[in-house]
Design a protein around this ligand. Structure first.
Ligand code: NAD
Ligand code: TYD
Length: 354
């Protein structure tokens, strides 16, 4: 079984590669990754040593390179993890998100059509559905929920989903799509909530919580996501969308408090800062379809999973300290500097002042 995995030097793609090489002895993987700020070759170091993974540095929008790859190899499936993935960055620079997340998908699908690839899997997100109100715990996203993306990031992912489904209907391309909620796990870039809070807390730095921290996310351990994708690619029906959820809804402030507690730090580190524009209130995913059709459900509980991830970051400081000492510093100062200076401490945030 040979798969082309794009974006495999990023958080979820790399975890998938480690997972699939371990889970399937016959798996061979070619990873295509542009190594943007979010890609890290070192994340794949142990897998590269297995002899079953090869790495190509390149852009999914580069049609000539993609064609050359397909001409020289034969893939049973193409799994597209490559994307610009951070909502805050998409608010600053939407254009890059449209280019990579939509046009890159087109390039890959055109190659799949031309070379008759048996499966194209698009790794999408529950954010394409927009958000849910905080006061309606009965509501969840199903695959039939209309697309109502809120951010340039989620709008670009929704566009790619529509394009993938159009290629299925128009050209008969055997496409599947997975829409997963927020992932956490090893090797996540520290711009995202959980690794950012762990790393800041370890360093005794402020913990920047957007608004009151009441927004809710449904957390999935990345290994559960990898298992779900494997099930969909091998047993899912072409033309279908499958939601993936963790059944672990948490308000951001509670996640931050759990991290503080597990690390034995002081809640005085929490700073409530200016909110993200258009900030989605709540995500919650109904994963009944993948459970009924493919027998998948999450196995990692949030408390245990979070403890494991905290331990991983504590044990792998060289992996992240290299990141935060580079261009990340400029990103962090630009994104948080002024907001932290104007932010308020935990007591004010609790009182609803911000
Ligand atoms: P990430 O930002 O950690 O990694 C993205 C990877 O894609 C990086 O290795 C980067 O170098 C690569 N890449 C970016 N542009 C590229 C291009 N033009 N050509 C080739 N490679 C390119 O992202 P992630 O968190 O691992 O997310 C992976 C996928 O899963 C994305 O499609 C994202 O939309 C989706 N997703 C993420 C989450 C989450 O919680 N992180 C949840 C659901 C779905
Ligand atoms: P994030 O990890 O960026 O994922 P997404 O926006 O795709 O859900 O953010 C998760 C939640 O945490 C989101 O509600 C925004 C919030 N957040 C903060 O409060 N502070 C931060 O520094 C970051 C990065 C996120």
């Amino acid at each position: 079984m040979k798969q082309l995995v794009t974006g495999g030097a990023g958080f979820i793609g790399a975890n998938y590669i480690h997972y699939i090489l371990e889970a399937r002895a016959d798996a061979r993987v070619v990873c295509l990754d542009a190594l943007t700020y979010a890609g890290n070759y070192k994340t794949l170091a142990s897998a590269l040593g297995s002899g079953r993974l090869s790495f190509v540095k390149g852009d999914i929008r580069d049609a000539a390179l993609v064609d050359e790859l397909f001409r020289g190899d034969s893939f049973d499936a193409v799994l597209n993890f490559a994307a610009e993935s951070h909502v805050d960055r998409s608010i600053d620079d939407p254009g890059l998100f449209l280019d990579t997340n939509i046009l890159g998908v087109r390039t890959l699908m055109d190659a799949c059509r031309k070379y008759g690839t048996g499966r194209f899997h698009q790794v999408s997100t529950d954010e394409v559905y927009g958000d849910l109100p905080l006061d309606r715990p009965d509501m969840r996203f199903t695959e039939a929920t209309p697309l109502r993306a809120s951010s340039p990031y989620s709008a670009s992912k929704a566009s790619a989903d529509l394009l993938a489904l159009a290629y299925h209907r128009t050209y008969g391309l055997p496409v599947t799509i997975s829409r997963c909620s927020n992932n956490y796990g090893p090797y996540q870039f520290p711009e995202k909530l959980i690794p950012l809070m762990i790393i800041n807390a370890v360093g005794g730095k402020s913990l920047p919580v957007y608004g009151k921290g009441e927004n809710v996310r449904d957390w999935v351990h990345v290994n559960d996501h990898s298992r779900a994708i494997d099930a969909i690619v091998t047993r899912g029906r072409p033309g279908e969308v499958y939601n993936i959820g963790g059944g672990s809804e948490m308000a951001n402030i509670d996640v931050v408090r759990m991290i503080i507690e597990k690390l034995g730090k002081d809640s005085g580190l929490i700073r409530h800062i200016a909110d993200r524009p258009g900030h989605d209130k709540r995500y919650a995913v109904d994963f009944g379809k993948i459970k009924a059709e493919l027998g998948w459900e999450p196995q990692v509980g949030f408390e245990d999973g979070l403890s494991g991830v905290i331990d991983w970051y504590l044990a792998n400081e060289p992996w992240w300290s290299e990141i935060i000492s580079g261009a990340y510093k400029d990103y962090y100062d630009g994104m948080y500097g002024a907001r932290l200076a104007a932010g308020t401490g935990e007591a004010a945030g609790r009182a609803g002042l911000r």
